[in-house]
Each structure stands twice: as structure tokens, then as C-alpha cells.
Write a protein that binds this ligand. Sequence first.
Ligand code: CTP
Ligand code: MG
Length: 226
Amino acid sequence: PQYTVVVPAAGIGQRMQADRPKQYLTIAGKTILEHTLNNLYAHPQIKQVIVALSPEDEYFTHLPLANQPWVKRVHGGSERANSVLAGLDSIDDEDWVLVHDAARPCLAHDDLSKLLAIATHSPHGAILACRARDTMKRASSSQVILHTECRDNLWHALTPQFFPLQLLRSALTNALKQKVQITDEASAIEWADGKVHLVEGRSSNIKVTQPEDLQLAEFYLQHKVV
Ligand code: CTP
Ligand code: MG
């Protein structure tokens, strides 16, 4: 089967401190957003991407892929969850849907395949994730260590995240209504008592966030396993 991916790309990239939203910075001759979208569509099980853009976006329309039939645009919202919901609302009739950050251009195809294969055996969905490597500290707001978290079952949540469409739509809608803090799709499902599985993926699937991430992403793109 083939699936649709919703790609939230309406953020401003504050932590990157660049002259434009980070998804429009260039790595190896192409914008991060182009790398992300082209890489997704190149996977045989992806049929369409829905990209959520800021209503003020002035960059997307100039990209060579802007008018490709497999790319659909929607207006994103003030929070990531609003942007994702806008994308979900533009899908009529699908059972499952993927969500993937615009700022993750280095997703390997075999990790995506692994997620797609496992998730359909997991009725509430699944996400790519990687294990915590460093010793993890819980601290006070004044940066004093309170205690060391046991690392054994600590994971970094990555994207793509893969869920039944209607389950995700209602979980996100509810979480927004209740003003719960939602930093990924899985947290909305968790909040609704769903059981989301973790699928171990590569740590090279970074979210480009700070200036030093640009060089790292370039390295991974050049050495990518797809
Ligand atoms: N995003 C979005 N709509 C928002 C906020 C974020 O579509 N209102 C998207 C971003 O464009 C990004 C993804 O969600 O692809 C992950 O968010 P993040 O990495 O935090 O990006 P920004 O919010 O743009 O960066 P920052 O938090 O540094 O401002
Ligand atoms: Mg953000």
C-alpha cells in the first residue's frame, strides 16, 4: 500500500537564527525542504505529500517542485499541532497517515520501510525513535541536578510518526482543546491513553535546529543510506 505524508513546514526556525525559516536554507545545492520532500516521495510507498506552510510564506512557490502533482499545500497554524491538523483535514479517505518534520532531511528509506511494516500491527500507531546514549539528568530550572534518570528505557522521539488518520485527528483536536502541551503526534495519542510503539531508527535522522546542525546534515546527506 501507498501512503500520504503530512509535512509541517510553517515554523520560523527561531533557534537557527538565520535570515529565513530554516527549511529554506540550502544544503548541498538544495533547500532543506526540497531534500525532505524529494526524499519522501522517492520512497515507493509514498504517493503524496501535504506540506503545511505559513500563510506568509514567500519561498515555497519558487521551488522547482512547487507545482508537482504529488505536492499539495495547506496553510499551517500557530503551533506545530495546528499545522499538522490542517494537513490532516485536507485528506479525505485514508486509513493511515504519516507525519514527518520538514526539518528532517536525512531520513533513511529503510527506517521508513521498517516503520511502515511494523505500525500496521500496532493499532494505535508507531513512531521512529532512537535510544538515549548520554547519561540523562533531571535538573531544576536553575540548572542544578536533581537526579539521574535511568537511561535504560529512554528514547528520543523522531519522525516519521504513523497513525490511523481518524485516531490522530481526534487526539490532536482534543489535546489542543484541552491545551495540553503537544510536541509530537505521539504525545496526543498518549494523552488519549493510546499505546504507541517505538521503532528503532538511525540517530542520523536529526532535526536541523541550530546552526551547527547544517554541516552535520550535509555530511549525512552525502553519506546517506536510502
Ligand atoms: N512547524 C509548523 N508549524 C508551526 C511550528 C513548527 O509546521 N507553527 C514545523 C517546523 O517548520 C518544523 C517542524 O514543525 O518542520 C518541527 O518544529 P521545529 O523544529 O521546532 O521548527 P521551528 O518551530 O521552525 O523552529 P524553532 O522552534 O527553533 O523556532
Ligand atoms: Mg519550534
